[in-house]
Write a protein of this length. Structure first.
Length: 253
């Protein structure tokens, strides 16, 4: 039986079985690299193969599967120091997976990346989990990462777990509200409804907050479009940033 309160990774106590644990995990840091700065990318991969004692055939198979997924062929002979941040991050992801870990830790993997690189990294992470069954633990301050990637969310503040569950469960815990975003044909002085509250107004765009248990989205849309000439509208959940901020605020109260 495991000791009460003992922290295990893949059934092991990391500090007791350090080498065996390292063989089964991969780690990527957004602000650091495990690649050798002055070497071409492919030589860093070869060094990591040797570090993890990966058989040549297994290494070649994994390398040849991963490199096309992140479009790394043009980068393999480029020294790491010449890579852009987005290019390096893609190479670091492959480097962390060459020994076929079952658990991958990602620390701020999209920090500082341009929009195209972020999409590429996120798509790769999703495919890695769905197609290869790799368990991924992601730490990030980028709320878009959370919404696009995470099936389970943990919110931590000063070492305490404030929430642990699905994103929808987290939303439900904090608020039931939805937002109706309306783009008006003409600017108006005031938009009002007895069952909704205007929380933001920017030119012709108005954001109304409402509780779907008090008024359905369809009914609110009917009221607004009957009263105001509307060019476009849509309903959305409050942004995850808003949910997290409210959760922290509730804990301080």
């Amino acid at each position: 039986m495991p000791d009460s309160g003992r922290c295990e990774v893949l059934g092991r106590v990391p500090w007791r079985e350090r080498v065996a644990n390292a063989r089964d995990i991969g780690v990527v840091f957004g602000q650091r690299t495990q690649l050798w700065w002055d070497l071409p990318v492919i030589e860093s991969f070869e060094l990591l193969r040797d570090v993890y004692r990966v058989p040549q055939a297994d290494y070649a198979r994994m390398r040849d599967e991963l490199v096309p997924l992140l479009d790394l062929h043009p980068l393999l002979d480029v020294p790491v120091r010449q890579l852009s941040l987005g290019q390096r991050m893609r190479c670091d992801l492959v480097a962390a997976l060459l020994h076929a870990p079952t658990l991958l830790y990602l620390d701020e993997p999209t920090i500082g990346l341009d929009a195209v690189s972020k999409l590429a990294v996120r798509d790769f992470i999703l495919r890695l989990n769905r197609e290869r069954g790799v368990t991924i633990i992601l730490t990030t301050h980028d709320m878009d990462d959370i919404e696009m990637l995470c099936s389970r969310v943990m919110v931590i503040n000063q070492g305490r777990i404030l929430a642990d569950g699905t994103l929808e469960g987290l939303r439900a815990r904090v608020t039931r509200e939805r937002w109706l975003i309306v783009d008006l044909l003409q600017p108006v002085e005031e938009v009002s409804d007895p069952d909704a509250t205007v929380i933001r107004k920017d030119g012709r765009r108005v954001c109304l907050r409402f509780d779907p248990e008090l008024i359905s989205p369809a009914e609110l849309i009917h009221r607004v479009t009957t009263k105001y000439a509307t060019r476009d509208l849509f309903v959305q959940n409050p942004p995850i940033e808003e949910i997290i901020a409210r959760l922290y605020e509730d804990m301080r109260c």
